[in-house]
Design a protein around this ligand. Structure first.
Ligand SMILES: Nc1nc2c(c(=O)[nH]1)N[C@H]1C(S)=C(S)[C@@H](COP(=O)(O)OP(=O)(O)OC[C@H]3O[C@@H](n4cnc5c(=O)[nH]c(N)nc54)[C@H](O)[C@@H]3O)O[C@H]1N2
Ligand SMILES: Nc1nc2c(c(=O)[nH]1)N[C@H]1C(S)=C(S)[C@@H](COP(=O)(O)OP(=O)(O)OC[C@H]3O[C@@H](n4cnc5c(=O)[nH]c(N)nc54)[C@H](O)[C@@H]3O)O[C@H]1N2
Ligand code: SF4
Ligand SMILES: [Mo]
Length: 893
């Protein structure tokens, strides 16, 4: 079949293409070069050429090996025409029989603005339901709700430059060193030049805390008390800006009263040392230029919206907003979290920042779209949406660019819902745990192939441009949505010829009839020609006329409320909805690690991004570890009311007693433990509907280790019959860590057990070596004389496993007869010394190499390590760890 993707036309045949990184909301500019490499764009305002470890590894995600390349119906390859007809027909029939609210879309902050616009228009304007929600519900919903309450619209007032201009930057529930690395590096560069204080507020001691002047390890979920205490302190110290408040805000009295009422209990509620609290409060009160940055430690909470408003209150009360170096700053997670909010991708927003509770907005949007069935009320929010799928209210669901089978709370229930749903469509680039449950899988054009725009955390709209063809028949999501809409009978309203045309329509709607009076107004971009759209340089909204560009907002008031005043919102402290009890006495916190992106569909395929952290370990405080009888690397069972899982433990002194932390990334594809989302509870913020992903009540128990193993395999198998396994890609195959909690089987039972681990093809040749004295078992499988897999098992504490790096080199290679004994010995060839666990992913520098260099060359600073080994000189995200290693080496010297 010939390739018909219309994207082909806009792919630059040769030359350098500027685009935007598809990972985090920093929104770094990248340049894709004809030699296949991807580098930072020195002209992009977000990063000025810098990239983090994930951005630096983008080129390595462009292999087509296991991409989805054809539509699948019930798991079988199908033609696009067939698949599109089927989707349109099933949605139409479901709506005809059960009404518009019986169908739903679940989309993503990783959709481009154009995809999002088309999906929103189709659901809210033409199908006539509010049932489109996005994974931003799990991510930004509390910030959106807080912004709407305070500002009258979902607006981030500041810019990244404010972090550099501030004298105090407060990071609340944000591990920016790992999650917004380039922005964090900008902050550190500013701190290196002049006095700038950083305060990190996080129950855990994270990499970000390494760079902080003060770390407040508060009790989870108590940020509201902390910021209420701050507001009360500011009032006591006469540090409020009464003039500014009188001119530009309302609600101060009630907010202050609520804050003062609980102020005496702040230390008790937050569990913080009163002296630390006093220090933070004094710094805030005494520093005119303060930026408060917040992320998921704030949003993902049953009291998330109140946390947001408690923070914003302190800025409104001191006039510290919309001025250089000042402001509350919600940093977004996904590359287009902002764009999705702009089009109205959340179930409770209408379109272009207009809301359902504004009758004139409904009328305006209806006329603009010529919408036959405009939805007039909000739809179901993500968690409720999947509840409705499970109980049969929703009968047809289309999921685009998100993996809810892993990333939603109570993941097992979500999978049950997908199984129960009569019709599930999933658009993705790779197979994952959600596509596995779809009736129809639609192959999507991915990063590097798709064409459109994204908006980053500082309201800058940037282009993602294609520089390669989609593999096979993959297509851009907006085109697929438009094709289905046309087949559902709405030909004219969905007949754009390219993404520029979609963007122009979106831009026009944003300024329609009340141009200039809504903060989100990009009508100045509505007349872009195709060529101008292609060439569009990063631009910050609002863009009210051609050539306009936004700056800071609200410095002189002018909020988007009916009377133009910003609102202080009373936020009396409420404890989070999730409570521990006798049965589930521990708090499970979940979040991110440095080099992985969400459910690992891309970063999990890049060997060097798994070199730093290769498995999902649960961080446990030394006190809890001692109580549970755990040492580093032991297995631990973690159980919530929803599920239980077994992972390895890391003893982490930065962890508060009574609290565990588990990365969110690993899925059933990568680890026997499956997704953390399976354990996580779904307590919701009552205003935003955002789930409390940071707080689940659990219990933990040590699981004995009977043996350990290393499996190397040319294929990404899922080992059977072992207590714990985790997999990392190697480039030429896969490496598995195995831990057995039951003694190894004996006698005749051994062979099926080994087969379950190795899953050898029929006719393979087996080599086996057992050393009962040492407690080791070694097996190698050859197929056509090449090494297909090998297994090393060690029982007893003294038994050693070979180094992964050494054996991995042989995988897939032809094994000569004379090499067979040494293959099973697993010893490195003479003279080879492994570099140890990778610390710097950008330059693949290992721990041992760094430790050796520190000792041999008497290095004392990360800069000296950089000069010597290059480690830490690209993205800088390993610099906190380099500092730790320097400290450790100094201590052990
Ligand atoms: N490497 C990497 N970077 C990413 C992503 C990724 O997958 N990998 N994803 C992107 C996305 S979509 C997002 S949303 C962002 C998220 O970026 P962050 O929000 O920085 O990341 P998280 O690790 O989810 O959570 C941040 C911190 O909140 C803390 N926390 C937990 N409970 C509380 C609390 O009650 N109060 C406070 N103050 N803190 C608390 C956690 O301990 C954690 O360290 O990262 C983006 N960047
Ligand atoms: N326990 C716990 N759970 C969490 C969180 C947490 O902190 N703890 N964080 C939450 C947050 S903040 C977020 S943002 C979510 C993220 O959760 P998800 O959105 O489920 O995570 P991703 O793995 O990024 O899923 C994106 C999917 O889109 C696919 N994809 C990439 N590009 C394209 C494209 O162009 N088109 C299409 N159609 N598909 C594409 C990818 O292959 C991948 O399968 O997780 C949430 N879940
Ligand atoms: S900080 Fe890293 S992940 Fe985020 S946009 Fe920049 S390069 Fe991409
Ligand atoms: Mo997110």
């Amino acid at each position: 079949m010939t390739h018909t993707a219309p994207e082909a036309a806009s792919v630059a045949a040769t030359g350098t293409v500027r685009s935007t990184c598809p990972y985090c909301g920093v929104g770094c500019g990248v340049v894709a070069k004809p030699d296949g490499t991807v580098a930072g764009d020195i002209n992009h305002p977000a990063n000025l050429g810098r990239l983090c470890s994930k951005g630096s590894a983008l080129a390595e995600t462009l292999k087509n090996d296991d991409r989805l390349t054809q539509p699948l119906i019930d798991g079988r390859a199908a033609e696009w025409g067939q698949a599109l007809d089927l989707v349109a027909q099933r949605f139409r029939a479901t709506i005809a029989e059960h009404g518009p609210d019986s169908v739903a879309f679940y989309v993503s902050g990783q959709c481009l603005t154009e995809d999002y616009y088309v999906a929103n228009k189709l659901m809210k304007g033409f199908i006539g339901s509010g049932n489109i929600d996005t994974n931003s519900r799990l991510c930004m919903a509390s910030s959106v709700a807080g912004h709407n309450r305070a500002f009258g619209a979902d607006v981030v007032p500041g810019t990244y430059e404010d972090l550099e201009l501030a004298d105090l930057v407060v990071l609340v529930g944000s591990n920016s060193a790992w999650c917004h690395p380039v922005l964090h590096q900008r902050l550190l560069a500013a701190k290196a030049k002049r006095p700038l204080r950083i305060v990190a507020i996080d129950p855990r001691r994270t990499a970000t805390c390494e760079d902080a002047d003060l770390h407040l390890a508060l009790r989870p979920g108590t940020d509201v008390a902390l910021f209420n205490g701050l507001l009360a302190h500011l009032a006591d110290q006469d540090a409020l800006d009464h003039g500014w408040m009188a001119a530009h805000t309302e609600g101060a009295e009630a907010a202050l009263a609520a804050a003062s009422a609980g102020a005496a209990q702040t230390a008790e509620i937050t569990g913080l040392d009163p002296a630390d609290l006093a220090r933070f409060y004094a710094w805030f009160a005494g520093t005119p230029r303060v930026v408060t940055v917040y992320s998921q430690g704030v949003n993902q909470s049953s009291v998330g919206t109140d946390k947001v408003n408690a923070i914003i209150n302190c800025h409104l009360a001191t006039g510290r907003i919309g001025k250089p170096g000042c402001g509350p700053f919600s940093i977004t997670g996904q590359p287009n979290a902002m764009g999705g909010r702009e089009v109205g991708g959340l179930a409770n927003q209408l379109a272009a920042h207009m809301r359902f509770d504004q009758p004139e907005a409904l009328d305006r949007v209806r006329r603009f779209w010529r919408a036959p069935n405009l939805a007039t009320k909000p739809g179901l929010k993500a968690v409720e949406m999947f509840d409705a799928v499970l109980d049969g209210r929703i009968k047809a669901l289309w999921i685009i660019a998100t993996n809810p089978a892993d990333s939603l709370p109570r993941a097992a229930r979500v999978r049950e819902a997908l199984r129960a749903c009569p019709f599930v469509v999933v658009s993705d680039c790779w197979p994952n745990d959600t596509t596995a449950l779809a009736d129809v899988v639609l192959p999507a054009a991915g990063w590097g192939e798709r064409d459109g725009t994204v908006t980053n955390s500082e309201r800058v709209i940037s282009r993602q441009r294609p520089f390669r063809l989609p593999p096979g028949e993959a297509r851009a999501d907006w085109r697929v949505l438009a094709s289905v809409a046309q087949r559902m009978g709405w030909k004219d309203a969905f007949s754009w010829s390219n993404s520029a045309a979609v963007f122009r329509e979106h831009a026009a709607l944003s300024g329609f009839e009340k141009g200039g009076t809504r903060p989100f107004d990009i009508s100045g971009l509505a007349m872009l020609t195709d060529g101008q759209y292609d060439a569009l340089a990063p631009v910050r909204w609002p863009v009210r006329w051609a050539g306009d560009a936004g700056g800071r907002l609200f410095g002189q008031g002018g909020f988007a409320t009916p009377n133009g005043r910003g609102r202080l919102v009373p936020t009396p402290f409420r404890p989070p909805a999730t409570r521990t009890d006798e049965a589930y006495p521990l708090v499970l916190n979940t979040g991110r690690i440095r080099d992985q992106w969400h459910t690992m569909t891309r970063t999990g395929r890049v060997p060097r991004l798994l070199a730093h952290t290769g498995e999902p370990r649960a961080a446990v405080s030394p006190t809890d570890a001692a109580r549970l009888g755990l040492t580093d690397g032991d297995l631990v069972r973690i159980e919530s009311v929803h599920a239980s899982t077994v992972v390895r433990a890391t003893i982490d002194a930065g962890q508060r007693v009574g609290e565990l932390f588990l990365p969110m990334h690993w899925t059933d594809e990568f680890c026997s433990a499956g997704p953390a989302g399976r354990l996580v509870s779904a307590a919701l913020d009552p205003i935003s509907g955002q789930p409390e992903l940071k707080l689940t009540a659990v219990r933990a128990q040590a699981v004995p280790t009977a043996w350990r193993g290393l499996l190397l395999h040319a294929q990404g198998v899922r080992p059977q019959g072992v207590g714990y396994w985790s997999r990392v890609p190697l480039g030429n195959g896969h490496a598995f860590e195995l831990v057995g909690s039951e003694p190894l089987p004996e006698g005749a039972a051994m062979s099926p057990f080994v087969e379950g681990l190795l899953q050898p093809p029929a006719g393979a040749e087996w080599l086996q070596l057992t050393d009962a004295g040492r407690g080791t078992l070694r097996v190698a499988i050859l197929v056509d004389g090449r090494l297909e897999s090998c297994l090393f098992l060690a029982t007893g504490p003294a038994a050693q496993l070979p180094s992964r790096e050494v054996v991995a080199a042989l995988l897939g290679e032809r094994v000569q007869d004379e090499a067979r004994p040494s293959l099973l010995s697993g010893r490195p060839p003479a003279g080879v010394k492994a570099g140890g666990r990778t610390v710097c992913a950008c330059f693949s520098v290992g721990l041992v190499t760094i430790q050796d260099a520190i000792v041999a060359r008497r290095l004392t600073t990360p800069e000296e390590i950089g000069a010597c080994l290059k480690a830490g000189t690209n993205c800088g995200s390993c610099v906190p760890e380099l500092k730790e290693i320097l400290r450790d080496v100094a201590l052990s010297a």
